[in-house]
Write a protein that binds this ligand. Structure first.
Ligand code: ATP
Ligand code: MG
Length: 585
C-alpha cells in the first residue's frame, strides 16, 4: 500500500470535544471521524487496526470451538417482551416502529435473538454443547457517549453465546472462553488483568471482566500485591473482624445542626471526625423503602447493597420520598425511630459507638448514638462499602493496589435466565425435558483499539503494539521523485513483507519532517528510512517506535537483518514475531 493514495487525513490539532488521548490521537491520525454524538466513521487506517483485532479474536474463538454467525441488528420488540427486557432495559435500548406500527429495537446485545435461533431447533442433548458468536455493530443509546471509540453509541462487539446441557458443561464453556480471552489480549500485546466481577443473582466466580490497565480507565480495580487476587471494586469484599460494641456510653442527645446536610458540614459544625458520623442513605428497592448505613468517610457500594437486598431494582430515594419516610428534608435521615421496611448497616458499624446521625427532623442530628442500644428496629449488618487501598486483600490479607482499567471484555454465566423465559429446552439422555444453560461473552472490538492507545502512546502519538498496528511497518522514501531511490524503497518494503510485516510505503511528495511526524503520530511499530546520506552509505535507518532505538541495517543482506530486527522489536513487546507468543517470554 502506498501512502500517496491512502485516505489518511492527519491533523495537527485534536478536535475540541476530545477529552482522552485515544480520542484525540484517533482523530489526529486520520483513523476516525465523528458523524454525530457517539457515532463514528472508521477510516482506512482505523479499520485496519479494528480488523486486526477482530482477526485475532476470530482465530481464538474458532480455536475454542465457537462458530461464527451473523445476526440482524434490528430486533422485534415482541422478542424482548418475552424475556421481560422490553420494559426493563431502559433508555439505552433504541426503540422504534416500522410502517405497520410494530415495535422494533436496535440490538444492544443478542441474548434474545440467539436464544430464539436455537429454541425449537436444538432439541436433543446430542446437539449440545454449542457456542455461537458474531462480530457485529451494536447500538446503545448511551446517556453520555464520550471518549471517542471508548464509549460510543454505535460500536463493534464480538459477542458469543454458549449453550450447555448441564452445570459441568456450562462451567467448561465458561473456562474455555476465559482462556480464549486471555490468549486474545496476550496476543494483542496488551497489559491486562482478568478481574472477578459481580455476577448478580448467579453467584460464584462466574463473571470476569478483562481490564486493560491504563490510568485513564473509567473503572478502578482491586489488585493484591501479594497473591493473584484481582476484582472489580463492586465485587471486592472487605475483610475484618467486627464484634458487637459495648452498649455503655453517653446518652443519645439531640443537637441543632441548622443547614448542615452533608457529612462535611455536620463534621465541621459539631467538630467531629467524619469517621464518627453515620450516613443514612435511603433507597427505593422494588418499591419498598430501605435505609443503608455507612460511616461518614466511606462510600456505599450500591451493587453490594442490591445483592444484599436481593432486589431487582434499586433507586436512590427522591427528595419527596425522603420527606415522606423521615418527615425531614434530605440530609437529616437517621436510623432512630425510622419506619422503613429494612435497615442495613455496613459490618464495621457493629463494632463502635458514639456516632452522630440524622434525627429525622429538619436541622437536627443526634450525638452519642450506639446502634445496638438506640435503634429498636432490626439491623442487618453486611459488607456494604467500597473497598479502599488501605484495606487488606480479602483473599490473603496482603496489601492492595487500586489501579485504573478499561473494560474490554466480559465473560458471564447466564444460567437459564433467557432459555427459561424463551423456552429453550432439550431432551436429556433419559428423555427428560431440561432447560439449556447459557453463557455470554463480549469483547468491545472498537474499544480495544481505543484502550490499546490509552495504554500505549507518547507525546509524538500512538505507539501501537505490532499485532494491532494498521501497518506493522512504514518505509519512508526521502526522495520519491528519484526512480532509483523509489526502487530501493520498494526492495526494503518487500524484504519487510517477506519477514512477515505488512508494510505501508510513504511515497508522498512531502518534506521528510512531515513524514517522520506522521509515522510517529500513526504509531507504526517499525519505521525504516530510505534515501539521503544513509542510502549513499548503503544503509537503511530503522527505528523501533516504542523504544525509539535506531538501528542502521545494511542494504546488502537487508532481508536477513530486517527479519532479526523485527523479531527484536516484537520481543520488546513481550511478543514472539509471528504467532509464537511464547518465543520471547
Ligand atoms: P460498560 O460497563 O463499559 O458500559 P457493559 O458492561 O455495558 O460496559 P457489556 O454489556 O459487558 O458492556 O459489553 C461487552 C463489551 O462491549 C464491553 O466489555 C465493552 O468492551 C464493550 N462496550 C460496551 N459498551 C460499549 C460502548 N458504549 N462503546 C464501546 N464499547 C462498548
Ligand atoms: Mg460488563
Amino acid at each position: 500500500m502506498k501512502m500517496s493514495t491512502l485516505y489518511a487525513p492527519t491533523l495537527k490539532e485534536a478536535p475540541g470535544d476530545a477529552e482522552v488521548v485515544s480520542h484525540k490521537l484517533l482523530v489526529r491520525a486520520g483513523m476516525i471521524r465523528k458523524l454525530t454524538s457517539g457515532i463514528y466513521t472508521i477510516l482506512p487506517l482505523g479499520l485496519r487496526a479494528v480488523n486486526k483485532v477482530a482477526a485475532i479474536v476470530r482465530e481464538e474463538m474458532n480455536r475454542a470451538g465457537a462458530q461464527e454467525i451473523l445476526m440482524p441488528m434490528v430486533q422485534p420488540g415482541d422478542l424482548w417482551r418475552e424475556s421481560g427486557r422490553w420494559e426493563h432495559y431502559g433508555k439505552e435500548l433504541l426503540r422504534f416502529e416500522d410502517r405497520h406500527g410494530r415495535d422494533y429495537c436496535l440490538g444492544p446485545t443478542h441474548e434474545e435473538v440467539v436464544t430464539d435461533l436455537i429454541r425449537g431447533e436444538v432439541r436433543s442433548y446430542r446437539q449440545l454443547p454449542l457456542n455461537l458468536y458474531q462480530v457485529q455493530g451494536k447500538f446503545r443509546d448511551e446517556i453520555r457517549p464520550r471518549f471517542g471509540l471508548m464509549r460510543c453509541r454505535e460500536f463493534i462487539m464480538k459477542d458469543a453465546y454458549s449453550f450447555d446441557a448441564d452445570e459441568a458443561g456450562a462451567e467448561a464453556s465458561y473456562r474455555a472462553m476465559y482462556d480464549a480471552y486471555t490468549a486474545i489480549f496476550t496476543r494483542l500485546g496488551l497489559r491486562f488483568r482478568a478481574v472477578d466481577a459481580d455476577s448478580g443473582s448467579i453467584g460464584g466466580s462466574f463473571s470476569h471482566e478483562f481490564m486493560v490497565l491504563a490510568d485513564t480507565g473509567e473503572d478502578t480495580i482491586a489488585v493484591c500485591q501479594a497473591c493473584d487476587y484481582a476484582a472489580n471494586l463492586e465485587k471486592a469484599g472487605v475483610r475484618g473482624k467486627f464484634d458487637p460494641s459495648p452498649e455503655e456510653g453517653p446518652r443519645l442527645t439531640e443537637v441543632p445542626t441548622p443547614g448542615a446536610h452533608t457529612v462535611e458540614e455536620v463534621a465541621a459544625l459539631l467538630d467531629v471526625n467524619p469517621t464518627q458520623i453515620i450516613k443514612t442513605l435511603l433507597y427505593d428497592a422494588d418499591g419498598q423503602p430501605v435505609a443503608a448505613l455507612v460511616r461518614g468517610d466511606r462510600e456505599l457500594n450500591e451493587i453490594k447493597l442490591k445483592n444484599a437486598l436481593g432486589c431487582a431494582e434499586l433507586r436512590l430515594a427522591s427528595p419527596e420520598q425522603v420527606r415522606e419516610w423521615t418527615g425531614a428534608p434530605v440530609g437529616f435521615a437517621g436510623p432512630v425511630g425510622l419506619g422503613v421496611a429494612r435497615i442495613l448497616a455496613d459490618q464495621e458499624l457493629r463494632t463502635a459507638m458514639d456516632y452522630v446521625v440524622g434525627a429525622n427532623k429538619a436541622d437536627a442530628h443526634f450525638r452519642h448514638l450506639c446502634l445496638g442500644r438506640d435503634v429498636q428496629a432490626k439491623i442487618d449488618y453486611r459488607d456494604l462499602r467500597t473497598i479502599t487501598a488501605k484495606d487488606p486483600c480479602p483473599c490473603c490479607g496482603g496489601p492492595l493496589a487500586l489501579p485504573r482499567g478499561i473494560e474490554v471484555g466480559h465473560v458471564f454465566k447466564l444460567g437459564t435466565k433467557y432459555s427459561e423465559a424463551l423456552g429453550a429446552r432439550f431432551l436429556d439422555e433419559a428423555g427428560k425435558e431440561q432447560t439449556i444453560i447459557m453463557g455470554c461473552y463480549g469483547i468491545g472490538v472498537t474499544r480495544v483499539v481505543a484502550a490499546c492507545i490509552e495504554q500505549n502512546h507518547d507525546a509524538a502519538g500512538i505507539v501501537f503494539p505490532p499485532p494491532v498496528a494498521p501497518f506493522e511497518a512504514v518505509v519512508l522514501c526521502l526522495d520519491p521523485k528519484d526512480e532509483a531511490v523509489l526502487a530501493r524503497t520498494e526492495e526494503v518494503a518487500d524484504a519487510l513483507r517477506a519477514a512477515g510485516a505488512d508494510v505501508l510505503l510513504d511515497d508522498r511528495d512531502e518534506r521528510p519532517g512531515v513524514k517522520f511526524k506522521d509515522a510517529d503520530l500513526i504509531g507504526f511499530p517499525l519505521q525504516c528510512v530510505v534515501g539521503g546520506k544513509g542510502l549513499a552509505r548503503g544503509i537503511v535507518e530503522c527505528k523501533d517506535r516504542r523504544s525509539g532505538e535506531k538501528t542502521e541495517l545494511p542494504l546488502e543482506g537487508f532481508a536477513r537483518e530486517a527479519a532479526l530486527w523485527r523479531k527484536g522489536v516484537w520481543c520488546g513487546w513481550g511478543l514472539g514475531a509471528g504467532d509464537g507468543v511464547e518465543e520471547c517470554r
